[in-house]
Design a protein around this ligand. Structure first.
Ligand code: T4K
Length: 372
């Protein structure tokens, strides 16, 4: 019997056909317009707004700069309530703005910030809430907005995982004051590196567009200390092609998700997240939670077992952000405050999911999980 040792990574980008990319690049070469709000950038903004069902979108060179700039755009200061169960960029964007993150625990079902625990964390210094739609599963947005309205707080959604996610047929990106997306190579929709801010008014879009271009308004006036966070034409070209194929990508990921769910449904101690009512998902990630007391071995043992077999699942999000050096001494970082997040972080494993993952790849992964 031959052992299949082809490495399988947690994800793999779905690249557009190279000849189509080269055709678009020829246009860029002819025009010699490479960045600074070029024609492809403008086209992508308008096509994305249309596809996503949002009014105003500003493209960025990556999601982290989009987050940092979103906080700048709203002049957020003091303390911001956020989740420790996310990629570290969520809190880093606060740190770069000299804002103190205040970590609040997550709810155990979908692993998003728990609205029931937010109010207890509000202090006179709190100015905003920054939740994350983790793995693209929408937060309890109505409850979060009610709390924000009651206390006069802004809401900025880190929607890095939430491309194309809709609730009751409406984009979830229209919630809160601002939402940010990441278009990194590892994401469902990619511009290689890239990101965006979604806002609700023309004035705010102008403000954000100036912020990502050093704060310039026109040629000679600098209104504020902006940054350089512009998406270039090569990224935009790639993004335009991705958009042509995105529905196929989502369908394929949905199929893979359903195959995993079918094959994993009878393994005691392995839990996966189901689709949410009224939500159309992007199927960005396929996280499982490993309960050692039932399954028999720990999440880390399963991670290593898969790795021995050249399957590179990832522990998104372990360690918790609150356990990293820049944040671990904050009062809100104490484990007692973050019980659900700590449990999820110790149990979660994101299994490979990407367009070219085959049925036999999925069976190979699940067989290892079954055998332990
Ligand atoms: N907020 C949230 C909630 C986020 O999850 C993220 C990013 C952000 C904000 C910030 O957005 P960006 O500034 O990144 O736009 C990855 C990504 O780099 C990161 O974008 C993502 N979240 C995070 C969850 O995952 P790593 O360090 O795990 O990626 P890496 O390089 O280990 O790649 C994972 C696997 O993907 C590799 O083992 C192989 C495959 N891969 C990767 C790349 C880069 C490829 O096949 N091709 C590639 O080009 O962080």
């Amino acid at each position: 019997m031959t052992i299949n040792n082809k490495p399988i990574f947690v994800t793999q980008p779905a690249l557009p056909p190279l000849d189509e990319f080269v055709d678009l690049l020829k246009g860029v070469w002819d025009s010699k317009w490479l960045t600074n709000n070029g024609p492809l950038h403008q086209k992508l903004e308008s096509e994305l707004a249309n596809y996503l069902g949002v009014k105003y979108i500003s493209l960025f060179s990556n999601g982290t700069l989009a987050l940092i700039s979103a906080l700048q755009a709203l002049n957020i200061q003091g303390e911001v309530i956020t989740t420790p169960f996310s990629f570290v960029a969520t809190s880093h964007s606060l740190w770069w703005n000299k804002i103190t993150p205040v970590f609040v625990d997550i709810e155990p079902d979908y692993l998003n910030l728990d609205p029931a625990k937010i109010e207890a964390a509000i202090t006179p210094r709190t100015t905003a809430i920054m939740p994350v739609h983790v793995y693209g599963n929408p937060c309890k947005m109505d409850e979060i907005q009610q709390i924000a309205d009651k206390h006069g707080l802004k809401v900025i959604y880190d929607a890095a995982h939430s491309f194309a996610v809709k609730k009751d047929d409406k984009s979830i990106l229209n919630n809160g004051d601002l939402s940010i997306l990441s278009f990194h190579a590892t994401k469902l929709y990619s511009t290689i590196e890239g990101g965006a801010i979604i806002c609700h008014s023309k004035e705010m879009k102008h403000h954000i567009d100036n912020l990502k271009n050093f704060g310039f308004r026109g040629e000679l006036v600098v209104e504020e200390p902006g940054i350089n966070a512009k998406m270039n034409e090569i990224q935009a070209a790639y993004g335009l092609l991705q958009l042509k194929y995105i529905d196929g990508f989502i369908n394929k990921r949905k199929e893979i998700t359903e195959q995993y769910r079918g094959l994993l449904s009878n393994i005691d101690g392995i839990r996966f997240l189901s689709d949410m009512d009224g939500v159309s998902h992007g199927y960005s990630y396929f996280p499982i939670l490993v309960d050692k007391s039932v399954y028999g071995i720990s999440r880390d043992d399963l991670y290593l077992k898969l790795k021995e077999n050249s399957i590179f699942a990832r522990r998104y999000f372990y360690p918790l952000i609150s356990n990293f050096e820049p944040y671990c001494n904050l009062p809100s970082a104490k484990t007692d405050n973050l019980r659900n997040a700590t449990n999820a972080s110790n149990q979660v494993l994101c299994l490979p999911i990407y367009v070219e993952l085959s049925t036999s790849d999925i069976e190979r992964i699940v067989n290892i999980i079954k055998l332990k």
